[in-house]
Design a protein around this ligand. Structure first.
Ligand code: HEC
Length: 316
């Protein structure tokens, strides 16, 4: 065969590859911008940060470089009481989500409000910023948009974190990384289907809930309860702690694996956790040789399990 045929073949292959890449990369965006981000879509975008899964910024998936979600009932700049509000704190250097970097992905109306009223284009990730979700009327409908509170309210990241304190801070974005890394989606979905699921697991998500979310972690082939609204039906931190340390503590026949290693080496007081002893005591309990199971240790303020719990309990 002449060399010419190879060249034609190579070109055809290049065109097919390029074309399919264009379709994959461009078409979903052009569709998604027709549907404006919902309020929940914006909350997710802001709480998960730039990528809520594997990325070159956090290749080992440690949950680093993510925003912190805080709840405030006082204005951190003026100290005046305000209606409780979620604020999404991006310390200096933490990458912004695409809803900020490429506002058009949030839809036309949302993008316009976020830029004009919300002034998101004045945010600089090197300096850090604090965002909130605000509302305005547009075309006779109340629409949620993103407000850059660092400019509009003079809130700076460190001041907001200090005002909220650890008990009102949630590492939701880092927790989503744990959810993806630990493979929770092998068994759980975040997508109730439009069947009788509604009655048990709550309403399914809508278009516009995912504009800025990557990856979406819908899950497939469910073997366990849907978790999209799990925080509404079970918001007990104690239950979650026991269940993650060893699901059999609360659900004797659960097939869910234990995630005790997410506690790390030390507990909340910095004391080493003796997993071998714990399991030995638990085995006795399971065999009926002990009345109570051993206590589940409190987790350290910045541990993988803290992140995961914050994520799971944010699923309302
Ligand atoms: C091997 C399958 C499997 C994996 C992997 C798994 N789970 Fe589960 N999970 C289950 C099953 C089965 C149940 C229901 C029984 C129970 O409560 O333990 C459950 C229950 C739960 C519940 C309570 C649900 C409710 O309706 O109250 C939560 C929360 C949960 N899992 C979170 C997680 C998270 C987070 C991960 C990843 C770190 C995970 N699971 C990994 C199988 C799994």
């Amino acid at each position: 065969m002449a060399f010419r045929e190879y060249k034609i073949g190579a070109r055809m292959f290049g065109a097919a590859l390029g074309g399919s890449m264009m379709i994959t990369l461009y078409f979903p965006t052009s569709d998604i911008v027709l549907v404006g981000s919902t309020e929940w879509g914006l909350q997710k975008a802001l709480s998960y940060g730039r990528i809520g899964g594997f990325s070159y910024e956090d290749p080992l998936m440690r949950g680093e470089g993510k925003p912190v979600t805080v709840t405030l009932d006082k204005d951190p700049a003026t100290n005046q009481p305000i209606d409780p509000i979620h604020a999404y704190v991006y310390p200096p250097g933490v990458p912004f989500p695409s809803a900020i970097n490429h506002p058009r992905t949030a839809g036309k109306v949302v993008a316009e409000l976020s830029t004009t009223k919300g002034r998101i284009n004045e945010a600089d990730h090197q300096k850090g910023a604090v965002f909130v979700v605000a509302h305005a009327e547009a075309g006779g409908e109340v629409t949620a948009y993103i407000e850059n509170a660092s400019v509009t309210r003079n809130w700076n990241p460190q001041q907001v974190l200090d005002a909220a304190g650890d008990e009102n801070s949630a590492y939701v974005g880092s927790g989503k990384i744990m959810f993806v890394r630990e493979g929770c989606w092998w068994c759980h979905t975040l997508l109730p289907e439009q069947t009788q699921d509604w009655q048990v697991f709550g309403v399914p998500p809508r278009l516009g809930d995912f504009n800025s979310e990557s990856p979406t972690a819908f899950g497939s082939d469910r073997k366990a309860p849907d978790l999209l609204h799990v925080g509404s039906r079970n918001s007990s931190k104690e239950w979650m702690m026991m269940h993650f340390f060893n699901p059999r503590l609360v659900q004797p026949h659960s097939i869910m694996p234990r995630f005790d290693y997410l506690w790390g080496k030390n507990d909340a007081n910095g004391k080493p956790i003796d997993f071998d002893q714990w399991r030995a005591e638990y085995t006795k309990y399971a065999a009926g040789e002990r009345v109570y199971p051993p206590e589940v240790p409190d987790y350290a303020p910045k541990s993988d399990i803290r992140y995961l719990m914050d994520f799971v309990l944010s699923l309302k």
